[in-house]
Ligand binder design. Structure first.
Ligand code: HEM
Length: 189
């Protein structure tokens, strides 16, 4: 078990176009503008350039150190969460999210209270481990159109659990700060 929590960020480029490991099943807007449709999606890690002439759109982000998790949450997460790339993870969700400026204007302690004490983001998410594996990418500091690129992998039989998880998160106070969210579903074929 080696979940990325360390201080070494990985640069990631999500490229939608005619090639890539995943077939794009659907792209739907949850809030705000959607993204153009495309056939396939690739995840390019590191500084390798995207030289695909058929790129429809691409989104960049980077993994980072935790911002909100406390010691006991971090310990539980590390013990319970699974890595990306499991052979059974045929279904993937890439969910780019942007939060309002009101969120970014809050101090860290108030954001933590909304995120966990009021919205129970980690406590809810924890119920879906280890079935769902995930990786969070930060995008805001790169001047990208979204603040976060969230990535989830799961087996087909865990699809309804995943729908329940996103529905629960979207009802929270934390999500009242989300002003753009696009839900992209992928299939590894
Ligand atoms: C699989 C269950 C999930 C778990 C265990 C989980 C856990 C976490 C944790 C621990 C963080 C905080 C990282 C830090 O300390 O900086 C986080 C952040 C985040 N998660 Fe989740 N999460 C889950 C599901 C989801 C889902 C389904 C979504 C979106 C639909 C989502 C969107 C986000 C976003 C946008 C952030 C960044 C929040 C911010 O920094 O303002 N998470 N998640």
């Amino acid at each position: 078990l080696s979940v990325h929590h360390g201080p070494e960020p990985i640069l990631v480029n999500f490229v939608a176009g005619s090639r890539g490991k995943w077939k794009i099943d659907r792209i739907t807007s949850v809030r705000g503008d959607t993204l153009p449709s495309a056939g396939r999606l690739d995840m390019i890690e590191g500084t390798e350039l995207d030289d695909n002439p058929d790129t429809q759109w691409s989104l960049r982000g980077f993994t980072s150190n935790p911002r909100y998790t406390n010691r006991s949450e971090l310990t539980s997460l590390v013990a319970r969460q699974e890595d990306l790339g499991r052979p059974t993870s045929l279904h993937v969700a890439l969910i780019p999210i942007r939060k309002r400026s009101a969120w970014w204007g809050l101090p860290q302690d108030e954001r933590r209270i909304i995120f966990e004490e009021q919205s129970h983001h980690v406590r809810i998410g924890f119920e879906y481990l280890p079935s769902i594996s995930r990786r969070l990418h930060h995008s805001r500091d790169l001047g990208q159109p979204f603040d976060f690129l969230t990535w989830f992998e799961y087996a087909p039989e865990d699809s309804s659990a995943f729908e329940q998880l996103v529905a629960r998160h979207r009802r929270t106070r934390e999500w009242s700060f989300v002003d753009r969210e696009v839900d992209i579903r992928l299939i590894r074929d």
